[in-house]
Design a binder for this molecule. Structure first.
Ligand code: KIV
Length: 252
């Protein structure tokens, strides 16, 4: 019997019932593989700028680039829900947010993600009112890395803790179906998970979120840059690939 397609409501309903596994996918074969493995949420993340396109950070990723990768992932027709990142500066107004979210859904995304809390609530409301499911992203916001001067854990000081609580509630009120918490201190991530009615999906935010998301190349050990501290190396595929190439060359 074919299992039903995963919807945003299905992800939301997993809170308190089932841990949510989410991974990034940037192309057709990886989307197929992760879907076959039963991962319910695939994100065409703008991390693709760094791990696929060779940019120094996510601020260089364009709408056209995200659309291209969303199309590749959507061609796998996964059972998993496919969410896609609205890239840097593509959601500065409610009008731009809706127009660009529509471009991503036309390419095959079933939900969109953008970074921020109260400051983007009007954009989120407009996206949700346009019938497009919205996934939030709080904590360390990679699209702000240049102005923040690096990747830093959020929630250590009281002002950040209070802001995260207000931002998380603002996302719920604006209609998000779940929220990614990136590099939030474990106690604050645990508190947010208990406080809000939608699932929290952590990355580097401790074990107490409703789910976890990873950049897939970090899980497989093929990331071209540094491996973040929260990543437990389960496989060093890059090493194995190098060895296979060397063996093949010797066999010629
Ligand atoms: O772009 C991305 O891959 C992300 C995840 C790290 C959550 O936003």
């Amino acid at each position: 019997m074919e299992l039903p397609k995963i919807t945003p409501s299905a992800i939301r309903a997993m809170k308190g019932r089932e841990r949510i596994a989410a991974l990034t996918a940037y192309d057709f074969p990886m989307a197929k593989l992760l879907d076959d493995a039963g991962v319910p949420l695939l994100l065409v993340g703008d991390s693709l700028g760094m791990v696929v396109l060779g940019y120094p950070d996510t601020t260089h990723v364009t709408m056209a680039e995200i659309e291209h990768h969303v199309r590749a992932v959507a061609r796998a027709k996964p059972r998993a829900l496919v969410a896609a990142d609205l890239p840097y500066r593509s959601y500065e107004t409610a009008e731009a947010a809706v127009a660009n979210a529509r471009r991503l859904t036309a390419a095959g995304a079933e939900a969109v993600k953008a970074e921020g809390g109260r400051e983007i609530a009007p954009q989120i409301r407009a996206i949700v009112a346009a019938g497009i499911p919205f996934l939030g992203h709080l904590g360390m916001l990679p699209q702000h890395v240049v102005e923040e001067g690096g990747y830093r854990i959020k929630g250590k000081v009281e002002a950040e803790h209070a802001a995260l609580v207000d931002d998380a509630q603002a996302l719920v009120d604006a209609g998000a179906f779940a929220v990614v918490l990136e590099l939030v201190t474990a106690p604050v991530a645990k508190e947010l998970t208990a406080k809000i009615s939608i699932p929290t999906i952590g990355i580097g935010s401790g074990a107490d979120c409703d789910g976890q998301i990873l950049v897939t190349t970090d899980l497989f050990g093929t990331s071209p840059g540094f491996i973040p501290k929260h990543v437990k190396l389960r496989l060093n595929l890059a090493e194995q690939m190098r060895a296979v190439v060397a063996e093949w060359r010797r066999s010629l």
